[in-house]
Design a protein around this ligand. Structure first.
Ligand SMILES: [Zn+2]
Length: 239
């Protein structure tokens, strides 16, 4: 082949390669969109879960307070009964025994009341936190909707861009010899990035392995497309 023919083929293949890289970029971005959507939804679910957990905590603590109140009420009734008994008692000793029982119950009530106050304080704290969580969750819900919409819009625009690029590519391959195109396509399929590379000094521009002098000469003579024996990419001499 003469230099000019090789040059023409390389120039055409380089344009196709530029399109293929563009197509690959679009495809990568497109394939990332479901993950991005998933991440957004996970974030929202985390907000919802935190809010749900806070509700359960508050409910559990309020139930504990309620139980303490019932217990306190029981102790109070016991005290009232002991006081009634005291009216019917004649011996001073027995009266004192009941007094001690009453004092012990009152002590228990004070203990429970202290715990109840502490618990109520934690409930109030949790309620304040819950209000913050509610705000955050509502805010997240709002941004999620717009973020999902943005991603859907991006997907649509990428899909139409891809379609255009592929149609454009079909036009570009017209007139390129079948065997050249097959060679290019095969390398592209294997390497996944670029098929056609220039020189990087005395090395292959793709895998950066140093090339033997006779290969360099062949490339510079530019009357054929040379394959890199290390990575299989197609080497060309760029002037
Ligand atoms: Zn190489």
């Amino acid at each position: 082949m003469d230099k000019e023919t090789v040059r023409v083929i390389i120039d055409k293949l380089l344009i196709i390669q530029e399109r293929d890289c563009h197509i690959a970029r679009c495809q990568r971005e497109l394939s990332d969109i479901p993950n991005l959507k998933q991440n957004i939804e996970t974030k929202l679910n985390q907000h919802k879960a935190a809010l749900e957990k806070s509700k359960v905590t508050i409910k559990t603590r309020l139930a504990a307070v309620k139980e303490m109140e019932i217990e306190i009420e029981t102790f109070r009734q016991q005290i009232a009964k002991l006081r009634e008994q005291q009216f019917q008692i004649k011996s001073n000793e027995e009266f004192k025994v009941l007094n001690r029982e009453i004092a012990a119950l009152q002590e228990k009530i004070r203990g429970l009341e202290d715990t109840e106050i502490e618990l109520m304080e934690t409930v109030e704290q949790a309620q304040r936190e819950e209000n913050g969580l509610k705000l955050e969750s509502a805010k997240a819900e709002g941004t999620v909707q717009s973020e999902i919409k943005q991603l859907d819009d991006r997907r649509k625009s990428l899909e139409s861009e891809l379609q255009q690029l592929q149609t454009n590519r079909q036009g570009l391959v017209v007139g390129i010899a079948e065997n050249w195109l097959a060679r290019y396509n095969l390398v592209m399929e294997n390497r996944k990035d670029v098929a056609l590379v220039g020189l990087d000094g005395n090395a292959c521009g793709g895998c950066h392995m140093k090339l033997p002098p006779h290969v360099l000469q062949d490339i510079k003579r530019a009357n054929a497309i040379i394959t890199c024996s290390f990575c299989g990419r197609l080497l060309y001499w760029h002037t």
